[in-house]
Write a protein that binds this ligand. Structure first.
Ligand SMILES: CC(C)(COP(=O)(O)OP(=O)(O)OC[C@H]1O[C@@H](n2cnc3c(N)ncnc32)[C@H](O)[C@@H]1OP(=O)(O)O)[C@@H](O)C(=O)NCCC(=O)NCCS
Length: 188
């Protein structure tokens, strides 16, 4: 597997990136399922000032990609991170994350953050009213048998820093995660 700067990919590869985005998030109702939505998202990110990305290649095949938006002077938002469904659980997501974190460190970023939606039942928060004491629910979040990217991010040292209740519809929150970047490999 080889990790390359997304910007070095031929424009023709953008269709492959869109297909991975659509397929990897097919279980998420709010994500790029309509005709042309994934292609539009890729085009938007490629044209966006302040967006950067990395792509994972296996031979000629694009198998995953990660992006980030330079939102703050010292904080980047990860968006998106997707691995082709038939290539998951082989370390590709971890390699993409390592590349992004190295890039962020090299540019002086102190905090990486992201929102990870649960609008399909991937966690025990799905379907619940999280108001009024929203942050109290943070301590109790667990992935369900359906699985959620939360498990991946926790494995990589990301902490849950907040919840946005109902932003994908009643009982369908966005889970906010962040990681402190340090100069060592530790994230503590
Ligand atoms: C989340 C995602 C990017 C992870 O990529 P990946 O290449 O499959 O992840 P890795 O193989 O590097 O996994 C590293 C570790 O993360 C955890 N992990 C990854 N996917 C997991 C899952 N579905 N369920 C539970 N744990 C998972 C495991 O601990 C895994 O280590 P292990 O395989 O030795 O047990 C990928 O599964 C994906 O594209 N998912 C769909 C899209 C998505 O949810 N993106 C994030 C939106 S915020």
């Amino acid at each position: 597997m080889e990790i390359v700067d997304f910007g070095t990919l031929a424009a023709s590869r953008r269709a492959d990136a869109a297909a991975i985005l659509r397929d990897a998030l097919a279980h998420v109702p709010s994500a790029y399922n309509g005709p042309g939505e994934a292609e539009a998202e890729v085009a938007l990110r490629c044209a966006e000032e302040g967006w950067l990305g990395h792509a994972a290649l296996e031979g000629e095949r694009l198998v995953g990609w990660i992006g980030a938006i330079r939102t703050y002077s010292h904080g980047w938002e990860i968006h998106p991170l997707v691995v082709a469904p038939d290539c998951q659980r082989r370390g590709i997501g971890s390699a993409l994350m390592a590349a992004l974190e190295a890039r962020a460190r090299s540019e002086g970023v102190l905090t990486l953050f992201l929102g990870s939606d649960d609008d399909y039942g991937g966690t025990n928060l799905f379907g619940r009213n999280l108001w009024p004491d929203v942050v109290n629910h943070v301590a109790t979040i667990e992935a369900t048998a359906r699985g959620h990217a939360l498990t991946f991010y926790r494995r990589h040292g990301y902490k849950i820093v907040g919840l946005l209740p109902d932003v994908n519809g009643a009982g369908r929150p966005d889970i906010m995660l962040a990681k402190r970047l340090t100069t060592s490999r530790s994230s503590a």
